[in-house]
Design a protein around this ligand. Structure first.
Ligand code: ADP
Length: 520
């Protein structure tokens, strides 16, 4: 047996006591403490495999069992790390931040209730995008999902980490309308209209009366979400749009300055994402088919790859959803706007209700193929992403690209970047693909990531979401008022979680008892 990763203040005997308490409350089949369990709950894309080691896991199936687990955690001062399906690859997967934490695996809670009248689905945390997709199909319900590039995860987990999809309902966290939450002390609360004993409007009015709390449980460690109402998009009558390719890196400026206003005016209601050639190529080919030279790829290799697959330096897909007549008119607006900035290629696409659907993120079909990009270097592939929020401004986007691309070259990495439109912002996702079997290159990832955080901080840009390794680092960049926001977060944390048992360190928020672990 491997050495146990002990939580702070624990020895092996105390671990056994706590685990016996879990077994007697939940039953043996819901408690996992073997070596292979610890491997199963370890981050598969970890940059350093010695970090974030779970002690084990417990997998409750009801709210009462979640409460029972929380009670035991409070008794023993044992940190719990909640996950829904734990497929948050690139951000820590199913592993806890603090080594020695017990993973609270909610993937067995899989109830789905749906109100076709309002288009509101009430989900438990274990419901994956594939589960919900199958459910809608089985019951012949004309609603679409908005799926992320790795749709293996849960709908709730994705919304709680502010993951995005590609339809007009792409900002999944905005589709939350009322939560049920087990607080760190074990009480259950329902937010918004759910505070009514009978609550027919729980899933339709997000604010309730008084303060709204839904976002407080997003990217935080203030509660365990056991239920969420989410809005689904009614199936549109028509879906029209175009895939557009641009030839030069500098075209990014015009693309952002042309698409941005269309998005802000809501001619476009979905969130287009401008991606570079490698985003398209890394899922269909591998690096060693093109070169064996180390360092960032040279321009002539990039040109050869682009030529083979007929892709631009940048590509973007624009889609219109809704009534056909309106889409046809809006399409003309898009077409003119794109032609004005001289694309290399425009490929139109069009669908109407009744026709077979394209299996892609644009129709909210669950998918996993974008994860193929981790095979780019060969070996045991993985990735993390550096994703600052930047203004929706072409000049600033191009500056951000130039700065970042130079860093990729400096650290000898192939650039995979994208700029995803929100309504008023861009998320600049920079994927760092790696091969875990290449020890020399793995050593470069951490300093590379830190350099990008520093560059962005100097511009006033902060990450929207980050890997467990960098939660403290990123939280520290949100430093206005001498870190006033983090002080507020930790004041709330101490009030809600006096024993500091829930997800210590998540988003840089540490409970009083464990604050000395910050930055460790
Ligand atoms: P997915 O199921 O989409 O793979 P994860 O389970 O990996 O998502 O969760 C993503 C992030 O959200 C993790 O940091 C996790 O701690 C947090 N999280 C997930 N589910 C819950 C939940 N039910 N309550 C509170 N936090 C959660």
């Amino acid at each position: 047996m491997e050495e146990l990763p002990l939580p702070p203040g624990f020895d092996a005997a105390k671990v056994q006591q706590a685990m016996r308490a879990f077994v007697s409350a939940l039953g043996q089949d819901k408690v996992f403490l073997e070596d292979e369990d610890r491997i199963a709950y370890h981050d598969k894309f970890a940059i350093d495999d010695t970090h974030h080691l779970p002690l084990g896991a417990v997998a409750p199936t009801t709210v009462e069992e979640v409460q029972a687990a929380v009670k035991i955690a409070n008794q023993y001062l044992l940190p719990l790390w909640p996950i829904s399906r734990g497929k948050n690859l690139g951000y820590g997967g199913n592993a806890p931040l603090l080594s020695g934490s017990v993973v609270l695996d909610l993937s067995r809670m899989k109830k789905i209730e749906f109100d076709p009248e309002s288009g509101v689905v009430t989900l438990e945390p274990g419901v994956g995008f594939y589960d919900l997709y199958d459910y809608l199909k089985q019951h012949d319900l004309p609603f679409w999902l908005s799926t992320p590039g790795n749709s293996w995860g849960s709908v709730i987990g994705n919304a709680l980490d502010r993951g995005v999809g590609y339809t007009p309902y792409g900002e999944n966290t905005k589709n939350i309308c009322g939560l049920e939450v087990v607080l760190p002390t074990g009480e259950v609360v329902r937010t918004g209209m759910g505070a009514f004993p009978k609550a027919p409007t729980w899933g339709v009015y997000p604010f309730g009366f008084g303060p709204g709390w839904d976002q407080m449980f997003v990217q935080s460690n203030f509660g365990i979400v056991t239920k969420a109402n989410m809005w689904l998009m009614p199936e549109p009558e028509s879906l029209m749009g175009m895939d557009v390719e641009f030839d030069k890196p500098e075209d990014l400026k015009a693309m952002v300055d042309t698409i941005g206003p269309l998005r802000r005016e809501r001619v476009l209601t979905q969130s287009p994402s401008i991606g570079n050639w490698l985003r398209a190529a890394a899922v269909v080919t591998r690096r060693n088919e093109w070169t064996d030279k180390p360092g960032a790829l040279s321009d002539d290799v990039i040109d050869a790859i682009r030529k083979k697959f007929n892709i631009g330096w940048w590509g973007v897909s624009l889609r219109l959803y809704g009534r056909e007549e309106i889409n046809k008119a809006a399409y003309k607006v898009l077409e003119k706007a794109m032609n004005d900035i001289k694309p290399m290629l425009i490929k139109p696409t069009s669908w109407v209700k009744g026709q077979p659907k394209e299996h892609s993120g644009w129709t909210g079909t669950p998918m996993t193929f974008p994860m193929q990009n981790v095979n780019w270097y060969g070996g045991r592939g993985g990735h993390i992403g550096f994703s600052p929020i930047i203004p929706q401004d072409g000049t600033k986007a191009l500056e951000q690209f130039n700065r970042t691309y130079s860093r990729y070259k400096e650290y000898g990495m192939d650039y995979q970047g994208s700029f995803a439109f929100g309504e008023r912002h861009l998320i600049n996702v920079n994927a760092m693909i790696f091969d875990k079997d290449d020890a020399e290159k793995m050593k470069r990832i951490d300093p590379f990531f830190r350099a990008l955080v520093k560059d962005a901080e100097e511009m006033g840009y902060g990450e929207y979401r980050t890997h467990l390794d960098y939660m403290d680092l990123v939280a520290k960049t949100y430093s206005w008022g001498g870190g006033a926001l983090n002080r507020l977060n930790e004041k709330v944390k101490d009030a809600l979680d006096p024993n500091g048992i829930l997800a210590p360190g998540k988003s840089g928020i540490w409970p009083n008892r464990l604050r000395k672990e910050r930055g460790q």
